[in-house]
Design a protein around this ligand. Structure first.
Ligand SMILES: [Zn+2]
Length: 263
């Protein structure tokens, strides 16, 4: 099927995400994305899925209608990637850059759970809820979370299953402390202020002697820390037993008055 090119084209910017660019393209042509896709012969109900799975025919139709290089369309999507990266890549926007998101711009890297600062302007990426709360987040937590995000990126790129497991265990532990349940990969994409930062900070904390840190948290038998430990290690009873042993040894060594260490 050949369709007439759209009256107005819009050049994609580097790292732009396909769905965001389609929105800009539709707005430039004074229509909705659904109308634009229908016009070029693509079922509009799959609009959001195009970012993750686009076939050659759809890519060709889009590039012909928008009069852009056909190779650009697939480069704006998330091509096949290793499972860890896939699980750390959000299906829906959860953060963006307050500086660069004007005009509906949406960049690919903003969807990554490890993305922390905007690659274009360097500002910290924020969720909508973050923006509302402004300065409510402590700088210390932000710094720790940024460190955790760097660790997470390194792990995602390395493909190390062992390191990924350790990082996700830290996230599960942090979730336990916040009395949250669910998928740790998904929690890292949380738009709720502090939840994502707290979980990223936990990844940074777990890089140095994670068992000892976990044991320190459990030393005053704070009920939340204990529940969190159980959740983090529920599938690894041997690890939990080791944590308990370390905690016991430390309790004997330093006495019962030591405060717990928080992430
Ligand atoms: Zn920016």
């Amino acid at each position: 099927m050949r369709c007439r090119p759209l009256p107005i084209s819009a050049a994609p910017v580097p790292d732009e995400l396909l769905s965001g660019w389609l929105s800009r393209l539709a707005a430039s042509n004074h229509c909705e994305v659904a109308d634009l896709l229908t016009h070029i012969g693509i079922d509009a109900k799959y609009a959001a899925a195009l970012d993750h799975d686009i076939d050659r025919l759809a890519a060709d139709r889009i590039s012909a209608a928008a009069r852009i290089d056909p190779r650009l369309v697939p480069s704006m999507t998330f091509a096949a990637m290793p499972e860890a990266q896939m699980r750390l890549t959000a299906q829906v926007p959860f953060q963006n850059c307050p500086n660069c998101a004007d005009g509906g711009l949406e960049l690919r890297h903003w969807r990554r759970a490890w993305a922390f600062d905007c690659q274009i302007c360097g500002d910290r990426l924020l969720s909508k809820a973050d923006r509302k709360n402004g300065a409510a987040v402590s700088e210390k937590l932000v710094d720790r979370a940024r460190r955790g995000a760097r660790v997470l990126e390194r792990i995602a790129m390395s493909g190390s299953a062992c390191q990924l497991r350790r990082a996700m265990r830290a996230v599960t532990f942090a979730m336990g402390l916040k009395a949250l349940r669910g998928d740790p990969f998904f929690t890292l994409q949380s738009p709720r202020p502090n939840i994502r930062l707290f979980c990223l900070a936990a990844i940074a904390a777990a890089q140095s002697r994670p068992l000892v840190k976990a044991a320190l948290c459990s030393m005053d038998i704070d009920v939340y820390a204990r529940v969190a430990l159980l959740r983090a290690y529920e599938k690894e009873p041997r690890l939990l037993a080791t944590v308990d042993q370390i905690a016991q040894r430390m309790r004997l060594r330093v006495g019962p008055s030591t405060n717990s260490s928080h992430i």
